[in-house]
Design a protein around this ligand. Structure first.
Ligand code: EPU
Length: 457
C-alpha cells in the first residue's frame, strides 16, 4: 500500500494525440433481402468483462495474465490508461500481461477517459491500492445521461472524501485505506457493482453491496478474485458480501479467462436471422443469451442451441415476413439487454406486424433510428423511451451522396446490419465507434460472404 503517488496536479506524460486514428467508413453492398451468408463466426471474449478485469489487475501483487481478450479499441484505450498510470502492459494477440508493481500515478488521463465511460472502473482499484484517484467526468457512448453518483456515494460510505475542483473528481481514501461499509445501490449498475466490488476486496472489514447488477461479467470477475485470494460471497445474486483483505494484495495464481461476449454473439445471431442461409456462431455461451434466443425463436427464427454454439438457418422457402412481430422492454440481466436493442430494431423492421420497443436502461438510445428511417423503415417515436416499428419494410437505396452514421457501438452494428439487408450500396461513417466493441467486423462478415469494405476517408 505504500506506493509512490504523483501529486494530483501532475499531468500524465501519455500523449493521446499521437495515437488518434484516421476517419474510416464501411462501404457495403446490400443483399436486397437475400439470406445467403454462410459459414462460421467465432465469438471473442467479452469486452465488458475484459475491461473490469484489466482495471482489477491493479489489485495484484505482480504480473497478471488475462486471456481471450478481444482486440477492440476500448481494450486499447484501457491499456493506454494503465500504461499512463505506470503499469507495464504487454499485449499479444488475445492475451494481455499487466504488471501493476510500479503504478505511481493516480490521475486518469483526461483525453483517454473521454474516450470511454468504463474508465471510471479504474477509480476503484486505484483507491484500493494507492488510496487516491483523480479523474475527469468520463466520456463514452452518447446513449443518454450517464451519471456516476452511485460510485461517489459508495466511496464516501467507505470513508473517502470526494472533491470536484475544476471539473475533475479527486477522491482520497481515509488514513489506512477504504473501510468496509453497507452500500445499497439506488439502481442496478453494472460498472458500479464491479467497481465497488473491486474497491472492497482490499478494504478493511466487511462490505455488503445490495441491489447489485447480476450480469455474467460480474460473476466471472468475482470468481476469479476468489481464486486469487479474495473472499466474496453471494456471487451471481444481487447481494455481494466482501471480506476485505485490509490492504493485502491479491496473488496472481490463476490467469483470467474472459467469458464469451454474449452481446457480440447476440448481434451475429440477429444478423443470421436476417441475412444467413446457414451460419454457426461458435465459442459462445447460450446460457447467457436466453432472452434473445427465446425472442427470436418465438418470432420464427430457426436456431439450434448447442453447448457452446448456436446455428441459425433460413430454409430456402422461408421469407422475411414469415417472422412474427413482438414487443420488448430492455432489462437488467437476465432480461433483454439494452446492448442488443438497436440490432433487434433492425430485425423488427423486417418482420410482419407492429412491434413496440421500450428502452428502460438508457434514455438516449434511439437516435440511430433516424438512419433506419432514411432507408425506409417505418418507425415512430411514441415517447423518448418507446418506439413503434411497423414491418416489414424493404430497406431502400439512399440518394447519391447520402451516408449512414454509427451513433454508438451497438447502433453502429444495427446500421451495418440494415445496410446488409438493404437494396443498394451504402457508406457507413464513424466506424471508429463500431471498432470500440466489435473486432474486425468487416473481415468476419466478408468470411461469411458479405460484401463490405473498410475505407480510409
Ligand atoms: N446510473 C446512474 N448512476 C450511476 C450509475 C449508473 O444513474 O452512478 C444509471 C445509468 O445512467 C443507466 C443505468 O444506471 O441508466 C444502468 O447503467 P450501468 O451503470 O449499468 O451501465 P454501465 O455500467 O455504464 C455497462 C456496459 C454497457 C451496457 C450497460 C447496461 C460496460 C463497460 N458497459 O455500462 O455497455 O449498456 O452496462 O447493461 O460494461 C456497450 O457495450 O455498448 C455498452 C454501452
Amino acid at each position: 500500500m505504500n506506493l509512490p503517488i504523483l501529486l494530483r496536479k501532475e499531468k500524465s506524460s501519455y500523449n493521446t494525440t499521437m495515437r488518434s486514428k484516421p476517419k474510416q467508413s464501411f462501404i457495403i453492398n446490400g443483399l436486397a433481402g437475400d439470406k445467403k451468408l454462410e459459414g462460421e463466426v467465432t465469438i471473442n471474449g467479452a469486452k465488458n468483462a475484459a475491461l473490469p478485469a484489466m482495471a482489477a489487475s491493479i489489485l495484484f501483487d505482480g504480473p497478471v495474465t488475462l486471456e481471450n481478450i478481444p482486440n477492440t479499441d476500448d481494450i486499447e484505450t484501457t491499456s493506454n490508461i494503465l500504461s499512463s498510470l505506470g503499469a507495464k502492459v504487454e499485449r499479444k494477440d488475445h492475451r494481455i500481461v499487466i504488471d501493476p508493481t510500479h503504478i505511481s500515478n493516480t490521475n486518469i488521463d483526461n483525453d483517454l477517459a473521454q474516450k470511454m465511460r468504463a474508465s471510471v472502473i479504474l477509480t476503484g482499484p486505484l483507491l484500493a491500492r494507492s488510496e487516491m484517484a483523480s479523474f475527469p467526468i468520463p466520456g463514452g457512448c452518447v446513449i443518454g445521461n450517464r451519471p456516476i453518483e452511485q460510485f461517489l456515494n459508495a466511496y464516501q460510505k467507505m470513508g473517502a472524501v470526494v472533491e470536484q475542483p475544476n471539473g475533475v473528481y479527486e477522491i482520497q481514501a481515509p488514513d489506512g485505506g477504504l473501510r468496509g461499509a453497507t452500500i445499497f445501490f439506488d439502481l442496478q449498475t453494472v460498472t458500479g457493482t464491479e467497481t465497488l466490488m473491486i474497491a472492497a476486496v482490499l478494504a478493511s472489514g466487511k462490505t455488503i453491496l445490495k441491489n447489485c447488477a447480476t450480469e455474467p461479467e460480474i460473476t466471472s470477475l468475482a470468481e476469479w478474485f476468489n481464486n486469487c485470494g479474495a473472499k466474496i460471497s453471494g456471487i451471481g445474486t444481487s447481494t455481494l458480501t466482501i471480506e476485505g483483505s485490509g490492504g493485502k494484495l491479491l496473488q496472481p495464481v490463476t490467469p483470467y479467462r474472459t467469458i464469451p461476449d454474449r452481446i457480440e454473439a447476440g448481434s451475429y445471431l440477429i444478423l443470421g436471422a436476417l441475412c444467413a442461409k446457414d451460419i454457426v456462431i461458435k465459442d459462445c455461451e447460450p446460457e447467457h443469451m436466453e432472452s434473445i434466443i427465446n425472442l427470436l425463436m418465438n418470432s420464427g427464427v430457426q436456431i439450434e442451441v448447442g453447448k457452446n454454439q448456436l446455428r441459425v438457418t433460413n430454409i430456402p422457402s422461408s421469407t422475411n415476413d414469415s417472422f412474427k412481430s413482438f414487443n420488448v422492454r430492455t432489462h437488467e440481466y437476465p432480461g433483454f439487454p439494452t446492448d442488443l436493442q438497436s440490432p433487434l430494431v433492425t430485425f423488427l423492421t423486417q418482420v410482419s406486424g407492429d412491434s413496440i420497443v421500450f428502452e428502460s436502461i438508457f434514455e438516449g438510445r434511439f437516435k440511430y433510428t433516424e438512419e433506419l428511417i432514411k432507408m425506409g423503415a417505418d418507425i415512430t417515436a411514441m415517447n423518448p423511451r418507446e418506439i413503434l416499428i411497423k414491418g416489414p419494410t424493404p430497406l431502400i437505396e439512399l440518394p447519391e451522396g447520402e451516408v449512414l452514421n454509427a451513433h454508438d457501438i451497438r447502433a453502429g452494428f444495427a446500421v451495418v446490419l440494415a445496410a446488409l439487408v438493404g437494396k443498394g450500396k451504402y457508406t457507413v461513417n464513424q466506424v471508429h465507434l463500431i471498432d470500440r466493441g466489435y473486432e474486425k467486423l468487416e473481415e468476419r462478415l466478408t468470411a461469411i460472404g458479405a460484401n463490405i469494405m473498410r475505407v480510409v476517408n
